[in-house]
Design a protein around this ligand. Structure first.
Ligand SMILES: Nc1ncnc2c1ncn2[C@@H]1O[C@H](COP(=O)(O)OP(=O)(O)O)[C@@H](O)[C@H]1O
Ligand SMILES: [Mg+2]
Length: 342
């Protein structure tokens, strides 16, 4: 009787152990599936620059530059002239040798597998190389011959993408700088890249040209292309990008999402009043008298309503209240504790 009891107890233990084991195995499988299959498909790293160093002669141009771009990201690569943007980009494109560190494009190490890695990259470094006495279409046909699998349909596709349909048969000499820039981008898209690298594409563009470029890049990012766009001017790119990497003297000094930087934004209001000096007793230490009729105050939405009420109750006339948003540059300076981009 007691032997039977012991036996049934051990069978019960074995079954329970088996169940626990299966459950753990299933959980481990789901964790693996999430991290290595779902995450990889959804958050795909297209470009990874890992501790990149570049020395030219005795000069250390890049020091441990690291950043990553995922599918659909537009990364603003910001830094003043001479910071190392073009050198970084040339290393990514294999136009300069890497001194130390690694660059991966679509998970391929460019030093080990350059041809495959670069096959999915489109780029525009410095001003686009075009024959101005030929039409945009003829230029694209010449460029298309460089690739094995690019056909006429691809030319029509990229022309439509950059919105040059109406002018593509005109000579390039008649194009504006913005249109030449778009032709350059069309050319870099011929091989259907999933990574587009543009070095200072806004240089010399008028506001209309910059607006067109923004619309185009956002459309490309939406279709899944990852974009690296460099500039020395953060405010010019803030409406383009979802991420920003700031380089100064060959080093990345910040890498964040635009959202993170913008969260540093504070509620700053400019008020137009009849006499700014009468407001002095109601101001906090962070608030300012800008001139005879304008004050600047930093307050939450609720507090600004109470503040205006207080002024009015004290016979101060308020004519205008304007909310000032910080520029990305101001927000960055605040985030980095006063560090300027230089
Ligand atoms: N071939 C070179 N020989 C020596 N120094 C160079 C060379 N190319 C670039 N540099 C130096 O590297 C630094 C970074 O240059 P660059 O990458 O062109 O900056 P950015 O594109 O940010 O303006 C600069 O100080 C520049 O003078
Ligand atoms: Mg440059």
């Amino acid at each position: 009787m007691s032997k039977l009891k012991v036996d049934s107890l051990s069978v019960f233990n074995i079954i329970e152990f088996y169940h626990k084991f299966c459950r753990t195995l299933l959980l481990a499988f789901f964790i693996y599936f999430y991290y290595y299959v779902i995450r990889k498909a959804v958050i795909m790293s297209v470009l990874k620059v890992d501790k990149l160093c570049k020395k030219i002669g005795k000069k250390q141009i890049l020091k441990n530059v690291s950043f990553e771009i995922n599918k659909g990201d537009i990364l603003a690569f910001i830094g003043p002239n001479g910071a190392g943007k073009t050198t970084t980009i040339k290393c990514i494109l294999g136009l300069q040798k890497i001194t130390k560190g690694h660059i991966y494009i679509n998970d391929l190490d460019i030093e080990k597998n350059f041809c495959d890695a670069i096959s999915k990259v489109g780029s525009l470094v410095e001003s686009p190389d075009v024959y101005t006495y030929l039409s945009g279409f003829e230029n694209l046909k010449i460029e298309a011959r460089m690739y094995k699998n690019v056909c006429l349909d691809d030319i029509y596709r990229v022309v439509e993408l950059v919105g040059l349909e109406n002018r593509i048969y005109d000579k390039v000499s008649k194009y504006s700088l913005g249109m030449r820039q778009r032709l350059g981008i069309a050319s870099s898209l011929l091989n259907n890249p999933n990574l587009l690298i543009l070095d200072e594409p806004t240089n010399g563009l008028d506001p209309e040209g910059i607006k067109d470029l923004r619309v185009l890049l956002k459309r490309l990012a939406k279709s899944g292309v990852a974009i690296l766009i460099s500039s020395h001017n953060l405010s010019e790119l803030e409406s383009f990008c979802n991420r920003v990497a700031i380089i100064s003297r060959g080093e990345i000094i910040d890498e964040s999402t635009i959202k993170e930087i913008k969260e540093m934004d504070e509620n700053k209001y400019i008020l137009k009043v009849n006499d700014a000096y009468l407001c002095k007793q109601f101001l906090n230490s962070n608030d300012l008298i800008l001139n005879k009729t304008h004050i600047e105050v930093i307050k939450d939405e609720n507090d600004i309503a109470l503040f205006i009420k207080e002024l009015v109750l004290n016979n101060i006339s308020v004519y205008e209240v304007v909310k000032e948003n910080m520029t990305l540059e101001e927000a960055f300076i605040k985030k980095s504790g006063g560090k300027k981009i230089a």
